[in-house]
Design a protein around this ligand. Sequence first.
Ligand code: NAD
Length: 364
Amino acid sequence: MKILVTGGAGFIGSAVIRHIIENTNDSVVNVDNLTYAGNLESLAAVSDDERYCLELVDICDRHEVDRVFETHQPDVVMHLAAESHVDRSIDGPLIFLKTNIIGTYTLLEAARYYWQNLVDGKKQSFKFHHVSTDEVYGDLDGPDELFREDTSYAPSSPYSASKASSDHLVRAWGRTYGLPTVITNCSNNYGPYHFPEKLIPLMILNALDGKPLPVYGDGQQIRDWLYVEDHARALYLVAGHGKSGETYNIGGHNEKANIDVVKIVCELLEELVPSNKQSRKSGNTAGFQGLITYVSDRPGHDVRYAIDAGKIERELGWTPQETFESGIRKTVLWYLQNKQWWSHVLDGSYSRERLGVDNLTESK
Ligand SMILES: NC(=O)c1ccc[n+]([C@@H]2O[C@H](COP(=O)([O-])OP(=O)(O)OC[C@H]3O[C@@H](n4cnc5c(N)ncnc54)[C@H](O)[C@@H]3O)[C@@H](O)[C@H]2O)c1
């Protein structure tokens, strides 16, 4: 298969591309315009492979997206490009509406035009896989409730509202135009190459630097955590074998309150960082946990998300390989062993301006 992956320089997209290049014979076209969240250093392990290529393209640019379809003739689209950080969506929603809604619309129209003109076999097997989030379902009421594929949408943030809109567009393009579409809604991911504005990497790097560990509200917001490489395997499976018109929920069976996640990260750092000197540097005798600082809650903060991932397990045979305990240990170790990756993010040298990619017409 030739797979067109959008947002492949991001956290999950890069895990998907590494998975495909390292474990299959398929080839990948990465369509990404390298926003602040796009980082080509996350693809260093695979970017020299001849089955990988990068198209520096904004998914809102119809002309360029048409050119990419025409040039590369993909068999499958895996659409991950998005603005993805809830806090940023509260500060500035417009770019979320543009990328997540207009970008998805543009891609759907380009895919529809391309798909309509395909010849029989290739037309039948073509698939547009839209990658979305469990946040479209909003808050869960009872402690035992789970998000199912037929749970009503009730998004709470500009981010989740824009993702919900994009899901509706994808479903409508499937129903109205017959475009073969499939949607996945996944819980919170964590793992290597995660941009340090998100909870787990932020806590690891702040703790290592002796800085406060900001926890929203009382820290009792519950999320279902999935190791990113488990998500990448699930996405590849759905792209290849998911049924057109269907939605699959993906989750890790790992419900944890944010404050407990932060405490686990602190405990691992106490164990793995020799002499724990960063913590003491800040005059803190309670170890890394002493850095925890409660801050005003995020407006509209949902209290609990949890996924029923039974459908993808039953129908496609996917189950997560990592428990939270094994995945979080791997994650903390990865940050301890990959300082170069995150120090380039923190000093800004990973960005497209610094890399000079704007001067390239085409790059690998
Ligand atoms: N991170 C999670 O926990 C999580 C959970 C469930 C679903 N999702 C969904 O998975 C997808 C990927 O999430 P992520 O965490 O990897 O995001 P990310 O923010 O790390 O990466 C997004 C990528 O999209 C690219 N991009 C943004 N705007 C673009 C545009 N206009 N044109 C082309 N490329 C553009 C960025 O450069 C970046 O490489 C998103 O659609 C997100 O909604 C994320």
